[in-house]
Write a protein that binds this ligand. Structure first.
Ligand code: ADP
Ligand code: MG
Length: 460
């Protein structure tokens, strides 16, 4: 009989063997591979020494008679040999299966963890690194968050992310959470809004029979984690008791080598009545700022929004929205959604004229410190250089504070950046802003100055 022919029928012989031999030895039969046939001797190899020994010892007669029946002749015998190459191949295959199983298990664990995280912490599925558009304004913050996600509690601890409203703080912070539960599902992540933390603290610290027990539960809830994501920490201002507890939580986490990530709309020093102890703790890691996005980032965000939702658009619509919504990505997204909703309801196309009609942004150019200062100086009839200089007369001081106030309000830039432009420290810029914000409520002259300047700037 030709070898090739036999090779062909080897599978058939194997099938016959499994039909007759007990089920317990089937895996060993499956492990047998055809090696050669010579002079009535059929040589098969296995990577399992056990298979060779067991089959030889207990099933040889039966196997030989099956072989003879299949080949339709007498005197054929099996020669089972153990082969190290075959053994290596087998080992690799087993390892591959184990790896696949482990991956699957990890994915399942991640999915479980993810849905748990979502329901337990309101983690938004959109807030992942994949959905975050990176540009000059946010690259540093993005990279720091990615580094923390990849290696928690190694380098930047705490990571303090700050910047104006709608610039992506919550998005980036939650991206760390998503990344971790997908890639490192054994780690426990907790996302908490500071407001919720405060309310949780207050409700647990109410005097009751169970207050000690409740407090200990509260404490464990926030310390029994590997990564804590504390959003909008500025809301902790003046809450002395909560601050004390937070300090304790912070120290425990830090001592245990756990990662802390905090967001805030301002730097720690600018959070009113923040205890010095907390302020130093927040500053001891890395502080990263999110700046208002540049045009390219804004454009890319609206474009992705349109594409992800399968919306057809005129290129000019994206450009128009990206040009006019420069300070807040939430508002940028909101503007686009508004135009889309209007187009859908009226069954019309997403055109530039429609966007202009709905958003009424006019054709105003982007607001800058220069533009704001220019208009303010004209209103007060003083020189721009005086506003940015050191003159202290009442009029100049008011004009300067107004320009600083408007710069913060209309550009959402940090007090540090504003300070740099006006040649002042960031604390002076903050003070000026707060002064005007307070005074416009009662000072009608200042109030109408701010309104008029805004009108000239076409923001109202
Ligand atoms: P913040 O917490 O700073 O107020 P958010 O993180 O809530 O801001 O962001 C506001 C909105 O803008 C969210 O819908 C977020 O997904 C989106 N966003 C912010 N930055 C980006 C970015 N770089 N790429 C894509 N979307 C962004
Ligand atoms: Mg936020």
């Amino acid at each position: 009989m030709e070898i090739n022919e036999l090779k062909c029928s080897w599978e058939k012989i194997k099938e016959e063997l499994t039909k007759s031999l007990p089920e317990s030895v089937h895996p060993w039969v499956f492990s047998l591979e055809f090696s050669g046939y010579d002079n009535g001797v059929l040589t098969v190899v296995t990577g399992q020494a056990m298979a060779r020994d067991w089959l030889r010892k207990n099933h040889m007669t039966q196997m030989n008679s099956i072989l003879n029946r299949c080949l339709n002749s007498d005197g054929n015998v099996f020669n089972i040999i153990y082969d190290t190459n075959e053994a290596k191949k087998l080992k690799k295959e087993i390892e591959k299966i184990h790896r696949k199983e482990a991956e699957l298990q990890q994915k399942e664990l991640a999915m479980e963890n993810l849905s748990y995280m979502q329901s337990a912490s309101n983690l938004n599925l959109k807030y992942k690194f994949e959905n975050f558009v990176v540009g000059k304004s946010n690259k540093f913050a993005h990279d720091a968050c990615m580094a923390v996600a990849k290696n928690p509690a190694v380098k930047y601890n705490p990571l303090f992310i700050y910047g104006g409203s709608g610039l992506g703080k919550t998005h980036l912070m939650q991206a760390i959470g998503h990344y971790t539960i997908f890639n490192n599902p054994k780690l426990k992540v907790k996302y908490t809004k500071t407001d919720d933390y405060i309310n949780d603290f207050i409700s647990n610290s109410r005097k009751s029979d169970k207050s000690i027990e409740n407090m200990s539960k509260f404490y464990k809830k926030y310390t029994n984690v590997d990564i804590i994501l504390l959003d909008d920490i500025q809301f902790i201002e003046s809450k002395e008791k909560t601050m004390e507890k937070l300090q304790q939580t912070f120290d425990t986490l830090k001592d245990r080598g756990k990662q802390i990530v905090i967001t805030s709309d301002r730097i720690p020093k600018e959070i009113p009545k923040l205890t010095k102890a907390l302020c130093t703790r927040f500053e001891m890691g890395l502080m990263v700022e999110l700046l208002p996005p540049d045009y390219d980032v804004r454009y890319e965000i609206v474009k992705r929004l349109a594409n992800d939702n399968g919306i057809e658009y005129e290129e000019a619509v994206l450009k128009y929205i990206a040009t006019h919504y420069s300070n807040n990505i939430r508002e940028l997204e909101g503007a686009f959604t508004r135009v889309c909703a209007y187009a859908e309801m009226n069954n019309s196309k997403l055109t530039l004229s429609l966007a202009k009609e709905i958003l009424k942004c006019g054709d105003a150019e982007e607001l800058t410190f220069e533009k704001i200062t220019d208009v303010t100086s004209k209103y007060y009839e003083i020189d721009v250089n005086d506003i940015r200089g050191t003159a202290r007369s009442q009029k100049v001081a008011t004009a300067r504070q107004t320009a600083i106030y408007l710069s913060r309000e209309l550009t959402n830039q940090s007090f540090e950046n504003i300070g740099i432009y006006f040649n002042k420290k960031h604390s002076t810029a903050l003070y000026a802003y707060e002064q005007v914000a307070k005074r416009i409520k009662t000072d009608s002259e200042l109030n109408s100055a701010v309104r008029e300047i805004k009108q000239v700037l076409k923001v109202i």
